[in-house]
Design a protein around this ligand. Structure first.
Ligand SMILES: [Zn+2]
Length: 342
């Protein structure tokens, strides 16, 4: 039944549509601070559904066949953003067990022991022995003192701090994250992101690697020179780690206008990428600009709703059209907590 619906919405050939999933982390066991995020068990279940319902393709092949009008019905590709080590350690064996391919978009500044600013904040709030943080003195809009007496309070505090920092200029954002960690008495993690060795291992295991800038900036806020350096350097660094061309790119944060702009799209093309991916919901067809391919993450916990959510995303088509098949679903179901690119 689900397959029939998906076949109608995503036929083979010239009218084909490509669904691209965006994921970030897969925890080995459920994260008590983020119980809604994927763990090995829930990811394994989702991979089973994907293998049953879709024809999962490597992303470069999918983009090529979308252009050529030769995609199979129910075509889908899986992507992971940022380069978390658990995407290698936990997700890779599960993908291989299900015979699925995925593409990993890497922010190169954090590989080999680095830590992205959002995780510096997250780890500070998670691991501090303090019962509260007094951030009022930091003089940043949205930063105030926060209580940390329970896991829920810590989760809320972490989200609030990240929200306050997210659109500040990159250097200021990174410096503040480290000041908050120092205030919390927490040393940033060095093993959260992948190493070069793990990247090479992913590739040898048949996975694909794409670029995601160096320091995960909001590209829309950067001058042309800095944006070009972020995009171009991440490509060259990955090519040097892997010893082969890197042709796919994902925009950090990924929302058109808010996070990246026409200048960024132009730079990505100019740097020689074949295709680029946003975080706007929707699916692509042959008319989609290959540098603006949307991505989506279903968040449902049953096979039926998971499949219907993907059907709805196909029905919605390209970016910007409102959902319509599933408007009757409860409103709390409308957000995918693990799909947000920080
Ligand atoms: Zn990202």
């Amino acid at each position: 039944m689900l397959k029939v619906l998906l076949d109608m919405l995503s036929p083979a050939g010239e009218r084909a549509r490509l669904s691209v999933l965006i994921l970030h982390r897969v925890h080995a066991v459920q994260d008590p601070m983020h119980p809604d995020e994927l763990d090995a068990h829930s990811f394994d279940r989702q991979c089973g559904w994907l293998a049953q319902l879709f024809n999962v393709l490597p992303l470069d092949e999918a983009v090529e066949r979308l252009r050529a009008g030769t995609l199979p019905a129910r075509a889908l590709s899986i992507t992971f953003d940022d380069g978390y080590a658990d995407a290698h350690d936990v997700a890779l064996p599960i993908l291989l067990r299900h015979g699925l391919s995925a593409t990993f978009f890497i922010a190169t500044g954090a590989i080999d022991g680095g830590c992205m600013w959002n995780d510096v904040v997250e780890e500070a709030v998670r691991r501090t022995s303090r019962e509260s943080l007094d951030l009022g003195g930091f003089d940043v809009k949205g930063l105030q003192s926060c209580k940390l007496g329970s896991l829920e309070l810590r989760r809320v505090a972490s989200e609030r701090i990240k929200h306050a920092l997210k659109y500040l200029p990159l250097e200021q954002r990174q410096a503040l994250a480290h000041r908050i960690a120092a205030h919390a008495g927490v040393q940033p993690s060095s093993g959260l992101m992948m190493s070069s060795k793990q990247l090479r291992h992913l590739r040898r295991a048949g996975m694909q690697i794409g670029a995601h800038t160096v320091s995960h900036p909001i590209l829309a806020g950067l001058g042309a020179e800095q944006a070009r350096a972020e995009v171009g350097l991440s490509k060259r660094q990955l090519e040097s780690v892997l010893g082969e061309p890197v042709q796919l790119f994902a925009y950090p944060n990924g929302k058109w206008s808010q996070d990246f702009d026409a200048q960024a799209v132009e730079i990505v093309q100019e740097q020689g990428f074949d295709a680029a991916f946003t975080t706007e919901w929707g699916s692509a067809d042959a008319s989609t600009n290959p540098y603006l391919i949307p991505r989506f993450t279903p968040w449902d916990r049953t096979r039926l709703r998971f499949g219907l959510r993907l059907a709805d995303n196909l029905y919605r088509g390209g970016t910007g059209q409102p959902a319509s098949l599933l408007q009757r679903l409860p409103s709390q179901d409308r957000r995918s907590p693990w799909a947000l690119d920080v």
